[in-house]
Design a protein around this ligand. Structure first.
Ligand SMILES: Nc1ncnc2c1ncn2[C@@H]1O[C@H](COP(=O)(O)OP(=O)(O)OP(=O)(O)O)[C@@H](O)[C@H]1O
Ligand SMILES: [Mg+2]
Length: 262
């Protein structure tokens, strides 16, 4: 046992020394960015797309399994992803989760909706040009089929945010939005809504209340406990059901020198 451990340690040190020589850097790197092997405009942080076999994609897959295993009275069909504050990883998690669901759920139709009408950053991460979307469906009554996008991933459809409106919360809470969600539920097996953060604006609660539940993203080493508690209260006040939590910014403890050989 001791010998094996020593041998593995030595081999790892040798590999690390070789990589350090190549990179000219001394620290062990933890990779969040995928190996961008495909020629695509999709952001390299969408690891489930570029590297479905990587340990990080495996984490998104186990998230998908956990969601399916949630014991709920009604089957979970529509989920909202939110967080307390800005930049905790909502959009990247929502995209990676939707891709893993599309890849693995045996021909289930997945719809990923950009319901962050204030930033509409999903198109940016997916490398797409501006396109009509959710806001245009509600405000201009355009047809759903002209708003949704196929990005070449089987079983996955995207509904972008569309034009940035002046009154996002009103749009998301409108009767038209409720009708649209009903229609989308009949067309797709699972719908994932990316939303703005809970504390600065009410949008996530408004959407959350119209879905089967909300998943809260918490960024490690950033979001304080009291802030999360406050967000939970806001979600409860809006009649949203919290299904669970995802911690982001956790270092995956497989150093780069091992990750490359997996
Ligand atoms: N699992 C993760 N681990 C570490 N960093 C992450 C993770 N997911 C996302 N990030 C980083 O967090 C930052 C914000 O990501 P993202 O845009 O997904 O957050 P957001 O919560 O949607 O932000 P916003 O509130 O502006 O919409 C990015 O720099 C991204 O690289
Ligand atoms: Mg976002």
């Amino acid at each position: 046992m001791g010998k094996l451990t020593d041998a593995l340690k030595k081999a790892a040190q040798e590999r690390l020394a070789r990589i350090e020589r190549i990179d000219g850097k001394s620290e062990v790197k933890y990779e969040f960015i995928a190996k961008k092997t495909l020629n695509s405009k999709i952001d390299p942080r969408i690891i489930a797309f570029y590297d479905p076999q990587s340990p990080i994609s495996e984490q998104y897959r186990s998230l998908r399994t956990n969601i399916q295993a949630i014991n709920s009275k009604t089957p979970l069909k529509a989920l909202a992803i939110t967080s307390s504050t800005h930049s905790e990883g909502k959009t990247i998690t929502a995209i990676n989760l939707a891709i893993s669901m599309a890849q693995d759920l045996n021909k289930k139709r997945i719809l990923l909706v950009d319901a962050d009408l204030r930033r509409a950053s999903m198109t940016k991460y997916l490398g797409l040009d501006a396109h009509p979307g959710l806001a245009d469906l509600i405000l201009d009554g355009i047809n759903v089929d002209t708003a949704v996008l196929d990005i070449g991933i089987e079983n996955l459809t995207i509904l972008p945010g569309g034009k940035i409106p002046r009154n996002p919360a009103e749009i998301l809470g409108s009767p038209k939005m409720a009708n649209l969600i009903g229609l989308l539920k009949s067309k797709y097996d699972y719908i994932i809504f990316d939303t703005p953060p809970i504390i600065p604006v009410t949008d996530a609660g408004v959407i959350g209340a119209q879905t089967d539940g909300v998943i809260m993203i918490i960024m490690a080493n950033k979001t304080q406990k009291g802030v999360v508690k406050h967000s939970e209260n806001l979600l409860k006040q809006s009649h949203s059901k919290i299904l669970g939590y995802i911690l982001t910014n956790i270092q995956y403890h497989i150093p780069a020198y091992i990750y490359r050989y997996l």
